[in-house]
Design a protein around this ligand. Structure first.
Ligand code: ARG
Length: 298
């Protein structure tokens, strides 16, 4: 009887979750279900090995004794943390050990010389992430052991909170293994494409007001990120040195590379404080776990 109640409960939870997903897909057509991999960079080209050393591939199902399924991108921001989209993390906070982070990866379906696969130890979704509007689409993944940094695996800097908004027309680079065309298939070799940032007026007309302050649009007909690129990096040159920083996180779009439907990205500069604070809180949490006698922990 107990088992029966449990099964009914599971079925109920499962069906509510599916409703949620259907609604999300209806709202934002072409969102990738993690089980279907999603889309590849459209209109891009092969990266060279190590060209985007901060690029991570997220693999789900690690704990089951098999190699898992690729479902999203991410960016290494320091040796212990990867930032990705919140919609790539749903359901993983309670079981981070299912999530594998592959660094130094170039060919998705083969082992690369300097590839490192590290299991997650924590998954932290932004507390104000909205599954329907995709506001605050950002998530942090802590690696269970630090990444070994080198020429093929390295961090990307984050923008500062007070960095100015990137101007319309500036070319930024988005990379990933996602679909190479709408409804297409994943790319084996990491792809990248340069996409222009699209101005506020233009994009809010295209998306009938769905773009909030913390989102940024970039892309043009034929050049875009696509399903499977979610969570991955949009890197733009900033400041006088022109060094590329992690300006955006692939979040959503209507189809891929359609006219007047640019890709929509989470703007990381609005989340700089959240990222720093979340990492700091986590260090404190770990220290308190180890030294439970510390009075300031409680
Ligand atoms: N949500 C998609 C994913 O899960 C990313 C979609 C990006 N779409 C776009 N047109 N730029 O992979």
């Amino acid at each position: 009887m107990k088992n029966f109640v449990f099964v009914i409960l599971l079925l109920f939870l499962y069906s509510t979750d599916c409703r949620k997903i259907t609604r999300k897909v209806r709202n934002k057509s072409q969102l990738t279900s993690r089980y279907h991999g999603g889309g590849k960079i459209v209109g891009g080209q092969d990266a060279s090995y190590g060209q985007f050393p901060y690029q991570a591939a997220l693999i789900w199902g690690m704990g089951d004794g098999w190699t898992g399924i690729f479902y999203c991108g991410g960016s290494l921001i320091n040796k212990d943390w990867v930032v990705t989209a919140a919609h790539c993390c749903s359901g993983d906070e309670e079981s981070p050990e299912n999530v594998g982070v592959v660094l130094g990866n170039h060919q998705l379906f083969q082992n690369d010389a300097e590839q490192q696969t590290i299991v997650a130890s924590r998954v932290i979704i932004h507390e104000d992430f909205d599954y329907y509007t995709l506001e605050n689409d950002i998530c942090l993944i802590k690696l269970s052991q630090p990444a070994q940094l080198g020429p093929k695996v390295d961090k990307i800097d984050l923008p500062e909170t007070n960095d100015p908004e990137i101007e319309a027309g500036v070319l930024c680079t988005v990379s990933g293994w996602g679909n190479t065309e709408e409804n297409g298939s994943l790319s084996d070799i990491l792809q990248y494409v340069d996409v222009p940032v699209v101005g506020d007026l233009e994009y809010n007309v295209a998306y009938s007001g769905e773009i909030v302050e913390t989102m940024l649009c970039a892309g043009e007909t034929g050049k875009d990120s696509c399903q499977g690129d979610s969570g991955g990096p949009l890197a733009c040159a900033s400041g006088a040195g022109g060094k590329k920083v992690l300006t955006g996180i692939v979040s959503w779009g209507e189809g891929c590379a359609r006219p007047d439907r640019p890709g929509v990205y989470t703007q990381t500069r609005y989340f700089r404080d959240w990222i720093d604070q979340t990492i700091e809180d986590n260090e404190m949490f770990l220290m308190c776990q180890n030294l439970s006698a510390f009075h300031f922990c409680f």
